[in-house]
Design a protein around this ligand. Sequence first.
Ligand code: BGC
Length: 438
Amino acid sequence: MASFDIDRRALIAAGALAATASAAKAEVKRATGPGFLWGTAGAAYQVEGGNYASDVWALEHIKPTYFVEPSGDAADVYNRVEQDLAYVASLGFNCHRFSLEWSRIEPEQGQISYAGLDYYRRVLEACHRHKLAPVVTYNHNSVPRWFAAAGGFETPDGILPFVGFCDLVTRHMGDLIAVAATLNEPNVNALLYWIPQLQAGQAALADMRRSIAANLNAPRWSSPIFGDFHIQQPIMIETHARAYDAIKAASGGRLPVGVTLALNNDLPPRPESGLTSGVQAKRAQILTPWLNAPGDWVGIQNYTEARVGLTADLPNDPGVEVTQMGYPFAPRALEAVIRTVAGLTKRPIYVTENGIATEDDSRRVAFIREAVKGVLAARADGIDVRSYIHWSLLDNFEWTNGYRPKFGLVAVDRQTFKRTPKPSAAFFGAIARTGQVT
Ligand code: BGC
């Protein structure tokens, strides 16, 4: 296997793009530096389709379920990844973030699918053919059924199986990975815990969990996306730390390894409300423990801002524009989060997700314009931000919300899988080529 230098790969990728337009080259260097990564993201379960051995597939089909519809074929990326990557490269991006579906690689505990491993190796090879530095998330929310049935990350027994998976993957394809993330948003359940409206769904979630435990004869069933963060978070921190060591060791220390975190821009209550701020308490729960864990970089995934009362987020301000997810439209939240994280750690920052769910693509264009301005402003102040990766390339399966929220730069027909780029795709591609916001 060829050895592969991460930082050089990023440099080569960006350099290769810039070489196509020498004028653009100078711009890219000035605004973001030659190694800056511009790209789009997706996650295996949300786009590939047919991940039957995953816990989420089982949850979608149990009655009662909390999912508005099943994922089915998703965007059929499993069969269309080569064309998708070619399209991404043609827009001018120099990286692509995707995840590995553990249940494709280890559908039953200890039973390794070499075809599954080879599939992802081919995806990585395709990234390289298209000069896209692969930013790979080893686990993005979904896990094999057998893993959930054994208690998931709500038991320390979950640590070693995942660490073994990280070792296996890194040995098989680590030479082709540019940047590695162990877990996607392992802090998200802690973050969701602060949102009172979501707490209202707890009874329905408990019903789904009881049903799956009874129907699959799996009394310990725990799906990480619905796990109790009080139990799960310390175990996931330990899992991340051990996975970090495993990936480092299996890559001979070469791979930069980090974790991606769900982070809103948390704001204190409006002064006139007289309410006490819970910003510090929330940060201590969802951010600080992860910054104290090992890592070569920190991944920021930001979609919005929230006002935070003593024990919970406050309702949106009246009249505020909201996205399809019900979040305030707040593209400048990203810069604020970058500055917060940079104030707490010296680690490099990768923006691994940022985006908006909307049917109105002109709002996506406006969102990207403002968000990227914030990234460039942070960099201009010397903050070491190394990527802006937009969520998402494609309209895809938004977990319990099914296909309703539209996060994609590209629309996908649900039956033919035809891809139709939205204006925001070309808009963001132009930013990636020039390193500037027009
Ligand atoms: C997750 C994605 C999700 C996106 C939009 C992030 O929390 O990593 O899987 O689709 O946000 O909600």
